[in-house]
Ligand binder design. Structure first.
Ligand SMILES: [Mg+2]
Length: 416
């Protein structure tokens, strides 16, 4: 084929494409004028908690072990404290200071929706994970600032109260035999009044493998028998199963009246999880890893999960988690945030559950020693009394970071 012939054919193909597109435009039904952005619902109203007029002039971070604290300061000397997402906080702090802070400095904290969206837009080449982990520190610090300016706990800014919130005791262990796990949960039920527990089945991204041969089949009935019928039971697969195996395990749970089956399949395989949810009568829960709000919308539309579990820090902060809750509310779904350790994430989640209208029946509260209990990290420490945890009454998040922890931590600062 000579070049002129090839050029002619390409031109003809292009022209055919233009004609076809033109025809589609003529025949197309009118499109909806509304394109809610980054997880907003059609009726979403951006937050306006404080008067505009301030400017963020400084972003600081402290990292130590698995945790990282953020402080923002405004030009009038007001400050708020937040937390980077846990795990690898040194990497997250680097992202905070190199890729997030410059989009925050000089901005008015009153416009939090626009501010967090601006950070996402500016980082389009680096979507989600570490940008959201860092953004969570800024967002949660701004919410603390709001509470301190308004002299109210964060939950009260949004219509909630600091009344005690029921919690479920969340086991993180798979290296424990079924009988020992059952005995441990009975002791906790009696000592601290827990009325719900979550167990671990399978293995994380385990391709249907169990932590020990037959452990899951033994654990499900053993714990039910030990704790009795007045305690709700949940189980977490941590992305372990293919749908056939997940459905088999789920039916064993249904036989023992378990309340939810969490993350049964690799969480990115939404269709697999939707297949499990359709096959089971019990609730399927999930979403803790998901930090793309468009993916949240797809997850809800697919009916992949019944109970939404955004992690307020993985998802990029309180504001973005609020949008997940709004999407869930629109679809009639309950929300129980993921909060698997006793850093500020559990505190954020308690405020959040107090404020949203579609909170599930109990918040997550780890039963493991995560190294951040008592006064070691912040005070006052959260306490389980009669199966509930009181939200601190102080303004903002209502806690102070222990100065001794800050003293030991690695410090970075970016100023305007
Ligand atoms: Mg989980």
């Amino acid at each position: 084929m000579n070049m002129s012939r090839r050029t002619f054919l390409q031109g003809a193909t292009l022209l055919a494409g233009v004609a076809s597109a033109s025809q589609r435009r003529t025949d197309a039904a009118p499109q909806s004028p509304s394109y809610p952005y980054l997880g907003r619902t059609a009726d979403y109203v951006d937050f306006q908690i404080i008067e505009p007029g301030r400017s963020i002039t400084q972003v600081e971070s402290w990292t130590l072990g698995g945790y990282g604290i953020v402080r923002i300061t405004t030009q009038d000397g007001r400050a708020g404290i937040g937390q980077l997402s846990s795990f690898e906080p040194d990497i997250t702090a680097t992202v905070l200071h190199r890729q997030v802070a410059r989009h925050v400095l000089g901005r008015d904290p009153a416009g939090i929706d626009a501010l967090v969206d601006g950070v996402i837009d500016a980082n389009m080449k680096f979507p989600w994970s570490f940008v959201c982990r860092a953004l969570a520190g800024i967002d949660t610090a701004i919410w603390d600032l709001y509470g301190k300016i308004r002299n109210q706990p964060v939950c009260q800014l949004l219509g909630g109260t600091t009344a005690p919130v029921p919690v479920y005791g969340s086991s993180m262990r798979r290296d424990i035999a079924p009988a020992d796990e059952a005995a441990r949960l009975v002791r906790l039920r009696d000592a601290r009044g827990f009325r719900a527990f979550k167990l671990r089945v399978g293995t994380p991204t385990g391709h249907d493998r169990d932590a020990a041969p037959g452990r899951t089949e033994a654990l499900i009935p053993a714990v039910r028998q030990a704790v009795g019928n007045d305690v709700e039971l949940l189980a977490d697969g941590n992305s372990c199963y293919t749908p056939p195996r997940a459905i088999e395990v789920g039916r064993r749970m249904q036989d023992q009246r378990y309340f939810w089956f969490e993350e049964p399949c690799p969480y990115w395989e939404l269709e697999w999880t939707a297949e499990v949810a359709a096959a089971l009568d019990m609730h399927v829960a999930g979403g803790e890893q998901d930090n793309d709000l468009a993916q949240w919308r797809r997850m809800i539309r697919l009916q992949a999960v019944d109970i939404l579990q955004p992690d307020l820090c993985y998802v990029g902060g309180f504001t973005r988690a609020w949008r997940v809750a709004k999407l869930g509310q629109q679809a009639g779904k309950l929300v129980v945030p993921h909060s698997s350790h006793l850093s500020l994430i559990t505190l954020f989640s308690l405020h959040f559950m107090s404020a949203i209208p579609n909170a599930g029946p109990f918040a997550e509260f780890t039963i493991e020693d995560s190294g951040t209990t008592g006064d070691e990290f912040y005070r006052p420490a959260l306490q389980v009394v009669d199966g509930k945890v009181k939200i601190p009454d102080g303004p903002g998040w209502g806690v102070e970071i222990n100065p001794a922890w800050l003293e030991k931590a690695s410090y970075q600062r970016t100023q305007q």
